[in-house]
Design a protein around this ligand. Sequence first.
Ligand SMILES: Nc1ncnc2c1ncn2[C@@H]1O[C@H](COP(=O)(O)OP(=O)(O)O)[C@@H](O)[C@H]1O
Ligand SMILES: [Mg+2]
Length: 315
Amino acid sequence: MTEMEGILAMNQAWGLKNMLSALAGLGGGNGDGHQASSLDPPPAPRACRAIAVAGGKGGVGKTTVAVNLAMALAMAGREAMLLDADMGLANVDVLLGLMPNRHIGHLLDGVCGLEELIVQAPHGLKVIPGGSGARRLAQLGNGEHAAVIRAFDELPRPPEFLIVDTAAGLSDNVSMFAAAADDVVLVVCDEPASLTDAYALIKVLSRDFGVRRFRLLANMVRNLGEAQELHRKLARVSDRFLDVVLDFMGMVPQDERLKQAIRRQNAVVDAWPSSRSAQAFKQLAGAVDTWSEPARAGQGHIAFFGGRAAPVAGW
Ligand SMILES: Nc1ncnc2c1ncn2[C@@H]1O[C@H](COP(=O)(O)OP(=O)(O)O)[C@@H](O)[C@H]1O
Ligand SMILES: [Mg+2]
């Protein structure tokens, strides 16, 4: 099978047999090839974990996932910060009904430091707005992206978790922010273009930026089986043609409550905590502690909190 045939195969219907074997192969693990046992010591929480939310295609739910994952972590009492790195078309602040008067552009212009950009959202979540409507922000060079990433080293009170919402496409913007993170969450939905765009992003990030591990999150699906099927389709091709690990992170169901929350400019985990999508986000946030230690050292790329050992007290 050629790579192109593999990509096309992702878009073909799967038989029941395939689906059953996918379920058998995936069931219950923590996604790191290790079954948790009651004898295992609990994994130590890692300081300043940066999680990039990417996906390639627009409209698959990257911002929705970034906002709700960050808010679910904050609601669970974790120190969470959310960076809107879809600069120029930033909409995290819109989704959360925030009205920031400064954004990343002010940081780059030297008008203020990163800490002065922080906007307080509900439940202690801190948001760094990306700025909207300024074409310059959407066309930043690598030096400016690097300056934004390095600015996190200077935060006097760094968070336990930094969630980074990225733009659509394969631009340097997306790649640099994803490569600088400890974990890359790939949001996909059940559309052929979503899978092919996600594959293209995995290819660029692995080939050009040394990213080896990805976590697949299926959004807007009907059930777990559908989510696992999406994972299986993508893993089948990436396993064969790319030197990467594609873990199954989980799923977020298609949920009308989530759309209502967006119209209310609130996270669904906050607006309707018992809705199906909110429950899914809470479960995903709870599972972050079971993730393996990130292995980014040696990639030679600039990293979030690369110059920092641990958070200081006083969040
Ligand atoms: N789980 C979901 N259930 C229902 N609608 C969803 C869900 N996730 C996303 N959406 C819809 O998709 C739209 C696009 O989501 P968004 O997070 O802005 O995508 P992206 O950031 O990838 O462009 C949202 O405005 C919402 O209407
Ligand atoms: Mg978005």
